[in-house]
Design a binder for this molecule. Structure first.
Ligand code: GLC
Length: 459
């Protein structure tokens, strides 16, 4: 009994600290909107970088030809080949997992690894794919980290995020690094576009639905891009683009505000992370971190109560041992005795023989952490919707948000929670003009589409 009471205290405290009532979320949305404006004002104006993507036109369906894409940003990277022309595009792709030591090694090794996978992909094409008509192959490069772009085909890495940390790449032009690595592998390809995954998701989304004006990633990391009016970007130098628009990569992962509900677990996670005091919003909402927040709460419960029995805490103390797919499986457990929860606790943390009550506590922790994440993500989206003057009652224009990433794709309760928070924040009436759409693997396809729009063979 005493044990259960101690555990309940930890959970009650967590519930209170993670609470995201509508008023708080409104504050988050307003702070996001304000930071966006500040970031557009001048370079360094805000913690969120509001990066100019040099994409001033989204695909319109006239893109044609054979294009390649390279998608790097999470634990895997993908190589794609896409024959464009017509609405029914079927990319062929290959996914390769990145050996963890390459995520913290040196740039030449990482880019060498990627270029060699690309070389194999091209070598395996066989002769039947020789539809290039003597043209050089062209590639869209999705590089999902903050990059200061100087054109559609160049940009320097500002810093690493997520699980990457390769010092000698910071400040370097990532296209030049890829190009050098490709040359070493004998791959003759031109990088025609360098984009962020959010920009790719936005582009792929708008290819199928012209009402898509925002692209969001809710996966290992989290970020959003959107279509901004060029004349609302004071820091944009030179002539305004003809379209009057510019896609902005917000890099909202680095957002932080006193409105955010931050707990002792988040603080500890941040301090012990690869990038302390950075990517605070991302650490509250993205798939890389949710499992580890839950693990930290379980560890606290284990140290203050005996509801897990007399366990060896070595596993519970291991960072990132509990992953978001695990907490999703526990959260969706519908067996009467919460068997999946029992299995996951045993498999990952060596906690055995738990009572049904204890398993319920674990499910509740998953629920608290995940709904905070989903609701904060919704608040971020509302911040963008308000910035572009959409989503108000009586607004005739439809606003569609294309979303990609494993957290959104595979975690049903996360998605439901995000969708209901959007309605809560916008209001029933106004939310009718706002739609959400899954842009499955849009980031790679988007890169190919943008590469096509910037092909050296069109003028
Ligand atoms: C991180 C990166 C950002 C990317 C996001 C989703 O936040 O900094 O560039 O878009 O993860 O992959």
């Amino acid at each position: 009994m005493v044990a259960a009471a101690a555990a309940e205290r930890v959970v009650a405290e967590l519930r209170e600290q993670c609470a995201t009532p509508a008023a708080r979320l409104d504050g988050v949305a307003a702070a996001m909107e304000e930071e966006m404006r500040a970031g557009l004002e001048h370079e360094g104006g805000s913690k969120i970088k509001m990066i100019i993507s040099y994409v001033d036109n989204l695909p319109n369906g006239s893109e044609e030809g054979l294009f390649y894409a390279l998608d790097l940003g999470g634990t895997n990277f993908r190589v794609l080949r896409v024959q464009l022309g017509g609405k029914d595009i079927k990319p062929e792709s290959r996914e390769v997992s990145i050996p963890p030591h390459l995520m913290s090694g040196n740039a030449a090794e990482l880019f060498g690894f990627i270029a060699s996978a690309l070389a194999k992909f091209v070598a395996d094409e066989g002769r039947s794919n020789g539809v290039l008509n003597g043209r050089q192959r062209e590639l869209g490069f999705t590089f999902s980290f903050p990059v200061r772009q100087s054109s559609i085909t160049s940009g320097t890495l500002i810093k690493w995020t997520k699980a990457f940390s390769i010092d000698d790449a910071v400040g370097e032009d990532v296209v030049a690094e890829l190009q050098t690595a490709m040359e070493k592998q004998g791959v003759d390809m031109r990088v025609s576009a360098l984009i962020n995954d959010t920009v790719g998701t936005l582009a792929a989304g708008s290819y199928y639905d012209e009402d898509v004006v925002i692209g969001v990633i809710l996966g290992t990391g989290s970020n959003a891009a959107y279509v901004e009016k060029a004349n609302a970007i004071p820091k944009l130098e030179g002539e305004l683009p003809k379209s009057g628009n510019m896609v902005i990569n917000t890099e909202w992962g680095n957002f932080s505000s006193s409105c955010l509900p931050i707990t002792e677990y988040d603080q500890a996670l941040d301090e012990e992370s690869l990038n302390p005091r950075e990517q605070i919003f991302e650490k509250l909402i993205s798939g890389m971190y949710l499992g580890d927040i839950v693990r930290r709460v379980l560890l606290k419960i284990a140290s203050q109560s005996s509801i897990f029995g007399d366990i060896n805490r070595t596993k519970l103390k291991t960072h990132f041992i509990l992953r978001t797919p695990d907490i999703s499986a526990m959260h969706h457990d519908e067996t009467p005795d919460l068997r999946v929860v029992a299995e996951k606790l045993e498999e990952n943390l060596k906690i055995t023989g738990t009572s049904l009550e204890t398993r319920k506590v674990v499910v509740e922790i998953c629920d608290i952490v995940t709904s905070r994440s989903a609701r904060l993500a919704a608040a971020g989206i509302v911040g963008i919707i308000r910035k572009i003057g959409r989503g108000t009652a009586g607004n005739k224009e439809k606003t569609v948000i294309a979303i990609d990433g494993g957290l959104f794709k595979h975690y049903g309760k996360f998605r439901q929670s995000l969708e209901s928070a959007l309605v809560e924040l916008l209001g029933e009436e106004a939310s009718k003009s706002v739609g959400i759409k899954l842009a499955n693997d849009g980031s790679g396809l988007g890169a190919a589409l943008i590469a096509a729009a910037h092909s050296q063979y069109i003028n």
